[in-house]
Design a protein around this ligand. Structure first.
Ligand code: HPA
Length: 250
């Protein structure tokens, strides 16, 4: 049976539309996840919610315990993850205020605990022993990507149906030259959190899709600098569209 997990990103640390029936604190062999798990219902569908940056948005991208988060969701029986993430737009097809469902990623992060197959002795029956090299040719689940695109269509929400997501280390934003380089590499959007999250989900055989909310023009792409206030205003404006997608997701 399928069970839906939702990872909330910046601006979606709380899901007002989720009717919470249970809150459960979880421990994993990798430590504690970003928050307790919230079990509830959204649009008549059961879901387990986890705010990636913690309930009060206090955990920066490089300090998130991604392994504990994915392991906690796996222990809760989650088979499918919808992961929301705020991103900057690099290509002209990814403008602020729009939503895209990336089909590819490039990982520029470093120093994050990025695998369950770390050669250590953590006892984790979900992954067994030894080393496994997951196939990551298509980092996001095609079935879930299609379902998200379909949900957007049904909700009359415009959605970009492909994009390459560059994952940077943060927490600082990029320089204009770094964005030029990412664009040359083929990136359309830039964010800080999809890795190692997507790979860890794959290691646990959990289907994973990212719903990327474009909240600013990437560095050097707009007329001035990037302000947190402008990001937060843009997030508030597209939040409703993101919720609409969730409501139509089947
Ligand atoms: N860069 C990296 N991460 C981000 C950005 C950005 O411009 N906007 C939101 N998350």
């Amino acid at each position: 049976m399928k069970r839906l997990g939702i990872i909330g990103g910046s601006g979606l640390d709380q899901m007002d539309d989720l009717h919470i029936v249970e809150e459960r604190a979880v421990e994993t062999p990798y430590g504690r996840p970003s928050s307790s798990l919230l079990f509830g219902e959204i649009a008549n569908r059961e879901a387990v919610f986890l705010p990636r940056h913690g309930k009060n948005h206090s955990i920066p991208p490089h300090r998130i315990n991604y392994r504990a988060n994915i392991c906690a969701l796996q222990k809760a029986g989650v088979t499918d993850i919808l992961a929301f993430a705020a991103v900057g737009g690099i290509s002209t097809t990814s403008l602020p205020g729009t939503i895209v469902v990336p089909d590819q990623l490039i990982d520029y992060t470093w120093g994050r605990a990025h695998t369950f197959f770390d050669g250590d002795s953590v006892d984790n029956p979900a992954i067994g022993n030894g080393v496994r090299h997951i196939d990551f040719t298509a980092p996001f689940c095609p079935r879930l990507r299609e379902a998200v695109i379909q949900a957007a269509r049904e909700g009359n929400i415009e959605i970009g149906s492909r994009a390459t997501y560059a994952v940077t280390q943060g927490p600082r934003l990029e320089t204009a030259a770094e964005i030029d380089r990412l664009e040359k590499d083929g990136a359309d959007v830039v964010g800080m959190t999809v890795m190692p999250e997507a790979a860890l989900a794959r290691e646990m055989d959990i289907a994973y899709v990212c719903i990327a909310l474009v909240v600013n023009e990437a560095a050097g792409r707009g007329p001035g600098g990037i302000t947190m206030q402008a990001i937060s205003e843009c997030l508030s404006a597209i939040r409703a569209d993101a919720m609409q997608i969730l409501h139509h997701f089947r």
